[in-house]
Design a protein around this ligand. Structure first.
Ligand code: SF4
Ligand code: SF4
Length: 77
């Protein structure tokens, strides 16, 4: 049985480092990093992609439309 992980597209240059996506993710998939974008904000990254359930809470709660989650079709029968 194969589980296809959702894919995250993160526009890091738009991130303001607010941490809302990390807060709302139910599975601790995301985390803030010490890395900064050109605006000087700490950016978020996908730390545990295998834990993502594709709920899109991160996408919905990001005030700056930074994260897009694409759910792949399940390949398991
Ligand atoms: S889609 Fe849901 S589980 Fe996946 S990173 Fe976003 S909030 Fe977390
Ligand atoms: S909610 Fe959006 S702006 Fe805030 S840290 Fe997450 S990706 Fe960045």
């Amino acid at each position: 049985m194969k589980h296809k992980m959702p894919v995250h597209y993160i526009e890091k240059e738009l991130c303001k480092g607010c941490g809302l996506c990390v807060y709302y993710c139910p599975n601790d998939v995301l985390r803030m990093t010490p890395r900064r974008n050109k605006k000087g904000y700490n950016v978020v990254e996908v730390a545990n992609p295998q834990e993502c359930i594709g709920c899109k809470m991160c996408e919905i709660n990001c005030p700056d439309f930074v994260i897009h989650v694409i759910k792949k079709a399940a390949s398991d029968a």
